[in-house]
Design a protein around this ligand. Structure first.
Ligand SMILES: NC(=O)N[C@@H](CC(=O)O)C(=O)O
Ligand SMILES: [Zn+2]
Length: 424
């Protein structure tokens, strides 16, 4: 089958919008700017933006094990609605993808119900308990995109070092949630000003940064490729920046909420504002912006982390960490930072497509002839209020409810097949 999308605008290197067309055959882009082929299914892009489908390297789909929070079907439908076409699923499921059997089980579930491309992580340790190392070579052979114990930090340097050496040998990326358990102090939000006003226990910045500092030195010694999850503090940024300057193979991601919000924005003891790492201070947020712009931070990842309304009902203490992210990521970032002239549209798109793809050697995230037809069409003029009740995700846990934003995806395609289309 041939599909022809016309009357759409692509962003060029100078971040200008250029009207063009895209021809798709057998799931691949076969022409950009060509004539309409005979017998094509024709899609009118209505003058909207077309971008490569977004790539999210940090997501939680909850299935298997926590289907009351999200399933692969609802999570990927939510991602498609947000313009994502490839997502990497973190291993904090039940069971954990820590064996050939568990990896196969998860691959089967993905095959059965995913609306978009899902690339599962393998875990670094058995049951992400930080104790027994997994056989990463075996898991890689089963399709593990990279390795992480996301949700918890690897407490022992020796465990991390051994897995980094092995990752270097098999050319895999080690992806780290950095959190030193001896420095958490049962905190629920940033240890700063707002937690004291609300009378809530704080999580100090060093809890994250000291483990990043440790890990970049381990990565150097091991010769490993090392990617840092959800960087949130200025000290973490400095550790990554210094490591890059020293030639260490480190990359890093930042989440939309850490770019958009800070501790003082937290209105009350409301668990929809509880995530790990927490919203930090204003100068931390500023350093994350500077780090994205100077390349210290490589990409944006949502850390989509759905939980139930019941789990998030009753204040921060006792509630699980995490907020949903797929359906609001692009519009919020576009409205807050592109419309205001802080970033170019090209920068934002690159941080959500080609940059994350490069870190994991994924052949996605570009609109070029020969590439998989993974794309999203976005109405940059459409203005809409974020309404958690209307999310496709099972999760309602967002601090952005009621925000007004522009730039909503209206159609998402994976390998030339429509995965999401806005009903008119
Ligand atoms: N980010 C979160 O606050 N929560 C994530 C775990 C994680 O990404 O660390 C989750 O799985 O709920
Ligand atoms: Zn994490």
């Amino acid at each position: 089958m041939t599909t022809f999308i016309h009357n759409i605008k692509m962003v060029n290197e100078a971040s200008e919008l250029v009207t063009t067309s895209i021809t798709i055959e057998e799931g691949k882009i076969t022409a950009i700017g060509g004539e309409q082929p005979a017998h094509a299914q024709v899609i009118d892009g209505k003058g909207n933006l077309v971008a490569p489908g977004f790539v999210d390297v940090h997501t939680h789909l909850r299935e298997p094990g926590f289907e009351h929070k999200e399933t692969i079907a609802t999570g990927t439908a939510s991602a498609a609605k947000g313009g994502f076409t490839t997502i990497c699923a973190m291993p904090n499921t039940k069971p954990v993808p820590d064996s050939i059997e568990n990896m196969q089980l998860i691959n089967g579930l993905i095959q059965d119900s995913a609306a978009i491309r899902v690339l599962p992580y393998g875990s670094l340790t058995k049951d992400i308990s930080g104790e027994v190392r997994t056989n990463m070579e075996e898991l890689k052979a089963q399709g593990a995109v990279a390795f992480s114990d996301d949700g918890v930090g690897i407490q022992l340097a020796a465990t991390m070092y051994e897995q980094m050496k092995e990752a270097a040998r098999i050319d895999a990326v080690v992806v780290a949630h950095c959190e030193d358990n001896s420095l958490i102090y049962e905190g629920v939000m940033h240890e700063g000003t707002r937690n004291k006003e609300l009378g809530l226990p704080g999580i100090p910045s060093i809890c994250e940064s000291v483990q990043i500092a440790r890990d970049v030195l381990l990565a150097e010694a091991a010769g490993a490729r090392y990617h840092v999850c959800h960087v949130s503090t200025k000290e973490s940024v400095r550790a990554v920046r210094d490591a890059k300057a020293a030639g260490i193979r480190v990359t890093a991601e930042v989440c939309p909420h850490h770019l958009l919000l800070e501790e003082m924005d937290i209105p009350s003891d409301d668990a929809n504002w509880k995530m790990n790492p927490p919203l930090r201070a204003a100068d931390d947020k500023d350093s994350l912006h500077a780090a994205l712009l100077d390349g210290t931070i490589d990409c944006i990842a949502t850390d989509h982390a759905p939980h139930t309304v019941e789990e998030k009902c009753c204040g921060m203490v006792g509630a699980p960490f995490g907020i949903v992210g797929f359906e609001t990521a692009f519009p919020l970032l576009y409205t807050s930072f592109v419309e205001t002239g802080k970033w170019t549209l090209k920068q934002l798109i690159n941080w959500m497509t080609v940059k994350p793809s490069q870190i994991f050697d994924l052949p996605y995230g570009t609109l070029t002839v020969g590439a998989s037809a993974d794309l999203t069409i976005i109405d940059l003029n459409k203005e809409q209020t974020v309404d958690a009740e209307g999310f496709v995700s099972k999760g309602r846990n967002t601090p952005f409810n009621g925000w007004v934003a522009k730039g909503w995806p209206v159609l998402t395609m994976v390998e030339g097949k429509i995965a999401f289309e806005e009903v008119q």
